[in-house]
Design a protein around this ligand. Structure first.
Ligand code: 9D3
Length: 244
């Protein structure tokens, strides 16, 4: 997969690209990340990429021209069709299921902004998929872009190696994780539950499932109700159809 990131802060991505799974996926040739600085496409002497909102109001708005030119550049450099994604607080919530869909794509083009927002014509003309990572206010789209890179990279075939951990274990799929213990058997008087030392695999399985269910009911009851997300899935499907 190729991921392009259009950003005002390409340096901010270096840390995430050089650690753990993302780093390994790049070394294995599963992932290529190309960072492009939107400011490089500014035209005036001040290298402007934002301006005051028409109609007044606080803050600055990201201009169309630098973003359009930057996108045109990355799309020309590699003709492989990519899904355009705009990071914005008004976007559709990014979920694990969406990460799974994005991981099927050959190319993603993430557009990360700063300031109060984007000129609306960026949405109208570029028809990006708009994504938010949750209902809290960040200072820009860089961290959301990194979140998406990390979540998607883990799902690329071959990226995880051996540690295909508990999230693939179907008996607790969709539940929070069950409690885990490692050595020693007693730490500051706290014992490892007897069942885990018993070697009785069926009992261990039952205990873990019961614990996972109990924990999910207590902490995240929303995860236990049937998701009625057919509308959301249709939306992202049609987005996908349009792009590919
Ligand atoms: C005054 C209204 N604000 C919207 C809540 C303006 C505003 C705040 C923060 C506009 C942009 C931003 C910067 N945030 C993002 O670009 C962003 C974001 C986020 O703040 N939270 C969760 N997901 C995302 S994706 C991009």
């Amino acid at each position: 997969m190729r991921i392009d990131v259009l950003t005002l802060f390409p340096e901010a991505f270096e840390t995430i690209l050089n650690i753990s799974i993302v780093q390994r996926a790049r070394q294995k040739g599963l992932l290529q990340v190309v960072l492009t600085n939107i400011r490089d496409f500014a035209l005036d002497n001040y290298r402007s990429i934002d301006d005051k909102p028409y109609g007044g109001g606080p803050g600055m708005v990201m201009m169309c021209q630098p973003i359009f030119d930057c996108l045109q550049h990355v799309e020309a450099v590699d003709p492989l069709k990519g899904r355009r994604i705009l990071l914005t607080p008004q976007g559709q919530p990014f979920t694990q299921s969406l990460a799974g869909e994005l991981a099927q794509d050959e190319r993603l083009i993430l557009i990360s902004g700063r300031y109060e927002g984007f000129d609306e014509r960026i949405r109208i003309a570029l028809k990006p998929l708009e994504l938010s990572i949750g209902d809290y206010v960040l200072s820009g789209g860089e961290i959301p872009a990194m979140v998406i890179i990390d979540a998607v990279t883990r799902l690329l075939p071959g990226a995880l190696g051996d540690e295909t951990s508990v999230e693939q274990e179907s008996f607790t799929a969709g539940l929070l994780e069950y409690p885990q213990y490692t050595r020693p058997e007693v730490f500051r008087g706290l014992r490892v539950p007897e069942v885990l030392l018993s070697g009785h695999h069926a009992n261990i399985r039952d205990w873990r499932l019961q614990q996972a269910r109990q924990r999910t009911a207590q902490r995240r009851p929303d995860l236990l109700v049937e998701p009625s997300n057919s509308k959301q899935e249709k939306q992202s499907d049609s987005q996908h159809d349009r792009k590919s």
